[in-house]
Ligand binder design. Structure first.
Ligand code: IDP
Ligand code: MG
Length: 151
């Protein structure tokens, strides 16, 4: 067991469909602790940096549009970014989120209950959650300054 921090984003579909409260409720019920939260207007550069490991994927350009709210009419490009901390937080939050592909995500997970694949093939899956300790460290640093995170 180790105490970890993990980055969570409420993606534009989650924001637009008013799933922010429900998502936080599920995260809080896990017993993990919210240690940072901030509404972020996601720039093109920031989006590309966040998803840089996927830049060679065929869905990359649409992924950048998706995370910047361009498919949901979000003119402020807003995303709620949060850091949760606790024992095995990375895996725990991934379990609450469910599989990447909403059609394969287990019933009762956030993505299984509320995700969808659009007719254009975009996975809209409500929430981002860091996938491993390396990603979590990089992503927490990308979205938050150290002083914005509770000690
Ligand atoms: P993750 O969000 O579960 O960690 P990643 O493989 O890191 O999944 O992909 C990042 C995001 O890119 C996904 O959450 C989803 O929105 C989108 N995505 C991933 N794979 C596909 C795909 O095959 N088609 C369309 N969109 C995808
Ligand atoms: Mg990922």
């Amino acid at each position: 067991m180790s105490i970890e921090q993990t980055l969570i984003l409420i993606k534009p579909d989650g924001y637009a469909r008013r799933l922010t409260g429900l998502t936080i409720d599920r995260l809080d019920a896990s017993g993990l602790e919210m240690v940072a939260a901030r509404m972020v207007s996601v720039s093109e550069k920031h989006a590309r940096e966040h998803y840089k490991s996927l830049s060679d994927k065929p869905f990359f350009e649409n992924l950048i549009k998706y995370i910047r709210g361009e498919f949901h009419g979000l003119k402020n490009h807003q995303v709620l970014a949060m850091v949760y901390r606790g024992e095995n937080a990375i895996k725990a939050v991934r379990a609450i989120a469910g599989a990447t592909n909403p059609e394969q995500a287990a019933a009762g997970t956030i993505r299984g209950s509320f995700g969808r694949i659009t007719t254009a093939g975009q996975f809209e899956n409500v929430i981002h959650a860091s996938s491993d300790p390396g990603d979590a460290e990089r992503e927490v640093k990308l979205w938050f300054k150290p002083e914005e995170i509770l000690p």
